[in-house]
Design a protein around this ligand. Structure first.
Ligand code: F0G
Length: 458
């Protein structure tokens, strides 16, 4: 019998989490205006709001923290991190930032101008926010298969080459600062892009003289999927695979809070010296001097180790297989989840789960609230609330998918937690026909409303 996967680590320290009653949770979520972001974490039993900055660091990372060099300029922790980033990505220039959206802010300040278009595969919301804030437009060129939640396509994060070429043909080159390729693609369900597709996008970009930038928050997970799903990569290491796809692009923005295995941090890595030089000015203005960019020396030291650990196969196997384990348990219960299972999260298809709740009553949000009430589990809506209003018409944008994301923090929860989550969802699924109404928005911000939006129950 083949031995199953198992975590290549054991526990040295634990953090207590508290259970609560349904009555308590009903009260707390009402007080939080039915926005899960408003709950204090002690009111949450299992926190699947995000996999961003919520993972557990290793003993080697904690040891590295003690060696952090807090010098304002020329920190040796910066130099160590730069060396690791160059080794893994192959990019020449490196700028630390305090997190991923800060990297977007700095790079987009250089590159994105009013009236520009930025094609990509379902841009993440902060990415889209930074594009639209500059009065430019994000154009989604995801393959059509990405919106069919039951289709078993191995690389739903792929970009549709024809859609991309259409954008290239319809807009002058000067209006397209770059293509942004998000690996894995969070918005379409933690889905990877194939090496073949990355290469094809890269070739098309070269043909039209347009640069290619990766949003690489979960690049190591993407590399794992290439290794396990794409022919010709079975015997390559994760590091070799990552280096290869990065070689097809011109640079990257990174939220190190995901595959950096740290709680805070980010960076930009680039090949173009001119853009790097311009970006350093914005980095100094917004983030800090170029050898720390808003990060502590100790955090840079931990990130250098984290990047090395997250690009090892055994870690990635236990990580991705734990997420898939939850996916399989839910599938066995009949709960409609996005297929194939994502790298960092399981996405519940709320259109199939609660079609009885009208779309303009935010059915995915309603399901996320129910999951909190039933199990003390905090998830996040990836649907109409997140999709925000159209910046011009101010009308709700209804995305094709209404999802509830169960993001699994790295190296944090056990298989028992996964079982607990699966049973909580099964119980809701068994009574789903009783759900008839959802929620109404009573207050919202003009952009990125999901963080602070307030609801009332209909
Ligand atoms: N790009 C992607 C693909 C992301 O998933 C995120 C963050 C960012 C950029 C921004 O990075 O948070 O460090 O500023 N995603 C988190 C999430 C918030 O929950 O998926 P950040």
């Amino acid at each position: 019998m083949k031995l199953p996967y198992a975590e290549p680590y054991k526990y040295k320290m634990i953090e207590s989490i508290k259970r609560s009653t349904e009555e308590q949770r009903k009260k707390w979520i009402k007080e939080a205006h039915y926005n899960l972001f408003n709950l204090s974490s002690d009111k949450v039993f299992i926190d699947l709001l995000t996999d961003s900055g919520t993972g557990a660091m290793s003993d080697s990372q904690w040891a590295a923290m003690m060696t952090g060099d807090e010098s304002y300029a020329g920190s040796t922790s910066f130099l160590k991190l730069k060396e690791v980033v160059q080794k893994i990505t192959g990019y020449k220039y490196f700028l630390p930032t305090h997190q991923g959206r800060a990297a977007e802010n700095v790079l987009f300040s250089v590159k994105v101008k009013e009236g520009d278009v930025v094609p990509g595969n379902s841009h993440f919301d902060t990415t889209k926010g930074h594009i639209e804030f500059r009065k430019a437009k994000a154009i989604d060129c995801s393959i059509d298969e990405a919106t069919d939640t039951s289709l078993l396509h191995p690389f739903k994060g792929n970009i549709d080459i024809h859609k991309l070429e259409k954008v290239f043909k319809e807009h002058p080159k000067e209006k397209i600062p770059f293509v942004i390729f998000t690996i894995t693609c969070n918005t379409s369900g933690g889905q990877p892009a194939s090496m073949e597709n990355i290469k094809a996008v890269s070739n098309l970009c070269k043909e039209y003289g347009i640069s290619l930038i990766f949003d690489a928050a979960r690049f190591a997970e993407n590399a794992y999927f290439i290794k396990t799903r794409e022919k010709g990569y079975e015997n390559k290491t994760i590091k070799e695979i990552a280096k290869e796809f990065f070689s097809y692009g011109d640079g990257m923005t990174m939220s190190a809070k995901k595959d950096g295995l740290v709680n805070m941090g980010g960076f930009i890595a680039l090949n173009d010296e001119e853009i790097y030089k311009e970006a350093t000015v914005y980095n100094i203005m917004y983030e800090g001097f170029i050898t720390y960019g808003g990060m502590n020396g100790r955090d840079m030291a931990a990130l250098a180790v984290g990047l090395d650990e997250s690009t090892e196969f055994d870690y990635l196997e236990s990580r991705i297989e734990q997420v898939a384990y939850l996916g399989k348990r839910l599938t066995d219960f009949g709960v409609p989840v996005l297929q194939p299972y994502g790298g960092h999260a399981i996405f519940i298809d709320a259109n199939k789960f609660v079609p009885t709740i009208p779309r303009d009553e935010y059915r995915a949000q309603a399901l996320a609230i129910e999951l909190y009430i039933v199990g003390g589990i905090r998830s996040v809506e990836i649907g109409t609330v997140l999709a925000d209003r159209d910046p011009f018409t101010r009308k709700n944008r209804y995305p094709e998918l209404e999802l509830v994301r169960l993001a699994i923090p790295r190296r944090t929860y056990s298989q028992n937690h996964m079982d607990y989550i699966a049973v909580a969802l099964k119980n809701i699924y068994d009574t789903r026909h009783e759900a008839k109404s959802g929620y109404r928005i009573i207050d919202e911000a003009p952009i990125m409303r999901h963080f602070t939006v307030k609801f009332e129950k209909i």
